[in-house]
Write a protein that binds this ligand. Structure first.
Ligand code: SF4
Ligand code: SF4
Length: 72
């Protein structure tokens, strides 16, 4: 069975745009708890294994730091 042609939406937090807000609104909007931080001062990152692509987080980030890129 081939799964190579499936398109998957992947998201990431762009470190250049992220302000590492104390309260990450994008992360709070994520019902999958996919936003992770190693340290409170760091920009969050997205655990893509927990993300199902609802895109709620994109709308909630005030700095447009959550960006999408598609893989074939
Ligand atoms: S992803 Fe957006 S809301 Fe979250 S810390 Fe970065 S800039 Fe703030
Ligand atoms: S797309 Fe949905 S599930 Fe994935 S990180 Fe954003 S809010 Fe969470």
């Amino acid at each position: 069975m081939s799964v190579g042609t499936a398109r998957t939406i992947l998201l990431k937090v762009d470190d250049d745009l992220c302000h590492a807000c104390r309260k990450c609104l994008a992360g709070e909007a994520c019902r999958g708890s996919a936003f992770r931080r190693f340290d409170r001062e760091d920009a969050p990152f997205i655990d893509t294994s927990r993300c199902w692509g609802c895109l709620d987080c994109i709308a909630e980030c005030p700095f447009d730091a959550v960006v999408r890129h598609e893989h074939k």
